[in-house]
Design a protein around this ligand. Structure first.
Ligand code: ADE
Length: 356
């Protein structure tokens, strides 16, 4: 199974100076993809967690193989770093087909999506990340492609216009998004399987940490793995990054073995607390408490005060703060919960306490 990533192709074509597109948007920066790819599991046995998704998929894949039919289109949603791309890669490997990876912002012009659809081979998987950001034209090209495996092209103008139906190979679209609610309903309705990826438990993350450490030849104890898992915000991508960071500390400052003490001391130095919160998360909670009496306050105001992008706050910081019960979303804005106050060691105001 080969993974062909459009983003890789774009960067190759642009060279190191990025001549075609000198402004590199944050969404186009592929953070540490080589590292991520090197440790991605390729089968369901080595893919840890997401048990219900794995069970559903095993049956779906088996049925598609028995029927000799392509898989239904699938939509995976949930916070970043929970393994949406990884699952898609496992599916492709298990079906013995290629996966073409791209993301909605890279499909700006109609010819981008048409080009990809026409280059697919039968049974292949097209993975579109951030699919909620697909523009209307690209979406409309996708509808007949998903439903009937055709491209409907219009030639000529007004009265003389004709629609050509061009058949394309039967493929499977896997869409991934952090914001399922922003998908239009016609697009959402065309997915046969829609599944939300859940945050991982500490036990599952410990297994991810141990697996990664083994692949990277890093020495780690059971307690060391658990200490990293506890501060990984339920997210394997974070756990994997922390393994690497902590192993640097273990090598330089300690005796090379990651045990609980080494892990905890390293993560303290990295300013990642026992809940896995970093400086930005704590700044967000502090801001709401100190400047807005604990909230509610609007997301734009928070983002502006922290000099952060609204999307980063919504997609990266908030999901875990909400899940951990430190922050609450109300119709009038975000509020810090009593747990959030306690976590920062700040006394919960009495009027807050009575509201909860
Ligand atoms: N690396 C990232 N996600 C993973 C998972 N779910 N299982 C194993 N390794 C992973």
């Amino acid at each position: 199974m080969a993974i062909i990533s459009d983003n890789e192709e774009i960067s190759k074509n642009q060279g190191s100076l990025g001549k075609k597109n000198p402004v590199v948007k944050p969404e186009n920066i592929e953070y540490d993809k080589t590292f991520e790819n090197s440790i991605r599991p390729k089968d369901f046995d080595s893919y840890i967690g997401q048990t219900s998704l794995k069970e559903t998929l095993k049956i779906t894949l088996e049925a598609a193989k028995l029927r000799d039919k392509p898989l239904d289109h699938m939509l995976f949603y949930g916070p970043p770093g929970l393994g949406k791309t990884t699952v898609a890669g496992v599916i492709a490997a298990q079906m013995g087909v290629e996966i073409r990876i791209t993301s909605a912002p890279a499909l700006e012009r109609p010819r981008d999506i048409i080009g990809i659809l026409m280059s697919l081979k039968g049974g292949e998987i097209l993975f579109i990340d951030e699919i909620h950001r697909l523009n209307k034209v690209a979406e409309e090209i996708l509808y007949p492609a998903m439903e009937d495996f055709t491209l409907d092209m219009t030639t000529g103008k007004s009265q003389t216009a004709k629609t050509l139906r061009i058949p394309i190979p039967k493929f499977t679209l896997i869409g991934a998004t952090t914001k399922a609610g922003e998908l239009s309903s016609p697009l959402r309705d065309r997915f046969g399987i829609i599944h939300r990826l859940e945050f991982y438990t500490v036990e599952e993350l410990s297994q991810v940490v141990k697996r990664t450490a083994q692949i990277l030849d890093i020495n780690i104890t059971e307690e060391g793995a658990k200490a990293i898992a506890k501060r990984s915000r339920g997210t394997p991508r974070i756990a994997n990054r922390l393994v690497k960071r902590v192993s640097d500390f273990a090598l330089v400052k300690f005796d090379g073995i990651i045990d609980a003490k080494v892990a905890n001391e390293s993560l303290d130095i990295l300013k990642i607390d026992e809940f896995g919160l970093d400086n930005t998360d704590r700044a967000l909670l502090n801001l709401i408490i100190e400047k807005y009496d604990g909230g509610p306050v609007g997301i734009e105001t928070i983002a502006a005060a922290l000099s952060e992008d609204v999307r980063t706050i919504e997609d990266v910081c908030e999901p875990y703060l909400l899940q951990a019960g430190l922050l609450q979303r109300t119709p009038r804005g975000r509020k810090v919960s009593p747990e959030g106050y306690r976590h920062l060691g700040i006394k919960v105001p009495s009027e807050q306490q009575s509201l909860f």
